[in-house]
Design a protein around this ligand. Structure first.
Ligand SMILES: [Zn+2]
Length: 256
């Protein structure tokens, strides 16, 4: 029998308290659906510590650490950088970090946000650790900054910009992760159609960005993103699974 490659949910908040009652079952369900590992991103230092702790208990969890882009605090950014340096060997990514221009509207605050992101880009290069990037209403700006500062191992998560704004990033070898909300987002559908399969990953951003916004999203739903990609690109699901597992390996190495 052919062994299916293991899928990675490349961006979930499985440390979120909404999973406290049934995290083990949620991960078992994901494993049954073909998921081999989940990259658990964090928004702050408490999440980062918790991700590492949870990874000890749940072998499917690969911990990441980052500072959510709306937290505009240089001291917290510095604290997060030291944490990442110290825990480097336990982490698979820096994330989530990035730019959010929907929430942060004033120019001085946006400059500070870019300054903090620059720090994480430099750290990513120094430690050879991939960046797991949030960019809301700031896709073009995030791509420009990442290219300017020479980031090379990059996942653009839930990119909400135009495909044309993504092309320079594709050329630079960045990856784009598609969440299950692709089934209800015209913008994500267009992105999938225009970007090559060789740069796509899947994620869930669970507990949010599910197929139904009123329901808790979970890692097993990466399958919904895979089905949507297959349909939009008019290829088989097997081909999509093969491509995204290879892409995941190119960015993160053998983490399953
Ligand atoms: Zn997220």
């Amino acid at each position: 029998m052919l062994r299916m490659p293991k899928i990675v949910d490349t961006h979930t908040h499985i440390c979120d308290s909404s999973f406290d009652m049934d995290r083990g079952q949620v991960l078992d369900k994901a494993a049954d659906a073909g998921v081999g590992a989940v990259i658990s991103v964090g928004e702050n230092i408490a999440d980062a510590r918790r991700n590492i702790e949870l990874a000890d208990r749940h072998p499917m969890i690969r911990p990441a650490a980052g500072l959510y882009p709306t937290i505009l605090d240089l001291a917290k950014a510095e604290e997060m950088q030291s944490f990442i340096r110290k825990e480097r060997l336990k982490l698979v990514a820096i994330g989530e970090v990035g730019l959010d221009f929907r929430v942060v509207k004033e120019e001085p605050q946006r400059r500070l946000q870019k300054e903090i992101l620059k720090g994480f880009i430099n750290l990513s290069k120094k430690l050879d650790l991939p960046l797991n990037i949030h960019s809301r209403s700031a896709g073009r700006h995030a791509v420009a900054l990442l290219l300017e500062y020479g980031a090379s191992r990059v996942q653009m998560h839930a990119f909400d910009g135009k495909a044309s704004a993504a092309l320079a990033a594709v050329e630079a070898g960045f990856f784009f992760s598609i969440p299950p909300s692709v089934v209800r987002s015209r913008q994500k559908q267009k992105l999938v159609k225009h970007l090559p399969l060789s740069c796509l990953l899947v994620d869930t951003d669970s507990p949010v960005l599910g197929p139904d916004p009123k329901q808790r999203n979970e890692p097993a739903n990466v399958i919904i993103a895979i089905q949507a990609i297959a349909e939009l690109k008019n290829v088989s699901e097997e081909k999509v699974v093969k491509a995204i597992t290879e892409n995941t390996k190119r960015l993160y190495g053998d983490i399953c």
